[in-house]
Write a protein that binds this ligand. Sequence first.
Ligand code: NAD
Length: 252
Amino acid sequence: SAPTRVALVTGTASGIGAAIMEAMCQAGHQVLAVDFSDDGAEVADKAGAAFFKADLTDGEQCRAAVEEAVSRFGRLDILVNNAGIQHVERIKEFPQAKWDQIIALMLTAPFTLIQAAWPHMEKNGYGRIVNMASIHAHVASPGKAAYVSAKHGLMGLTRTAALEGGESGITANAICPAYVRTPLVDKQIAEQARLNDMPEDEVIEKIMLKGAAIKRMIDPAEVADMAVWLASDKAGSVTGSSFNMDLGWTAQ
Ligand code: NAD
């Protein structure tokens, strides 16, 4: 059977991160779940993961999370950069503080976590970096300047890490989902309704799923399955790639 690995997953208190944490535990891995929400402790405990509370917009706390994984489990093999937030507002009015927070959490934190994890992966000759990007790593939508910029940037970080990790058994890949049914998206539905002056069900139909061939939202467990595979020993020849799970959005 596949060896037990040690995984650090971020943004595990809710949504996709919670599903990835659960799937990693079910795959037999030892998991350190990292989130800044206190809810994360209970969610992790239920799944059989250890929990570390950290605000990942702070570099020191990112490094502390990696140190916690290594001191607790003795190694670090898998890093899933998943924590993320959204803010929907046109560039004209986009608050500078939101821009700074989104870039810090969704681009700088993955860089810092990768940097901190790197020597541990290099030492073992094995590493799996899985970055939760988005279909917004490839296309844009109005009102999402910071999110789209962070995700495009994360794709660049993924490709660079892939090139640098090739000799050390470290792979880096990105998952690019369209709309996954999570609290983050529920909040966006409400925001888009306000921005476009539309009822919420119309937002889902006319905005969220407008470009989708498959007219349903993605389940977090579907994304988690892909993350577990990318983090597995079997995926050793896959690196620098992005995997769209976008309901056919970018097929046209
Ligand atoms: P979510 O809001 O359900 O979960 C995000 C988690 O990140 C929460 O547990 C939150 O507490 C945590 N978090 C937020 N700020 C943090 C901080 N400063 N430090 C530590 N933890 C923090 O969101 P989700 O929909 O599950 O999104 C997870 C990832 O997937 C994000 O990167 C998001 O951009 C990406 N994504 C989501 C969708 C979607 O449709 N939901 C689509 C594509 C990509």
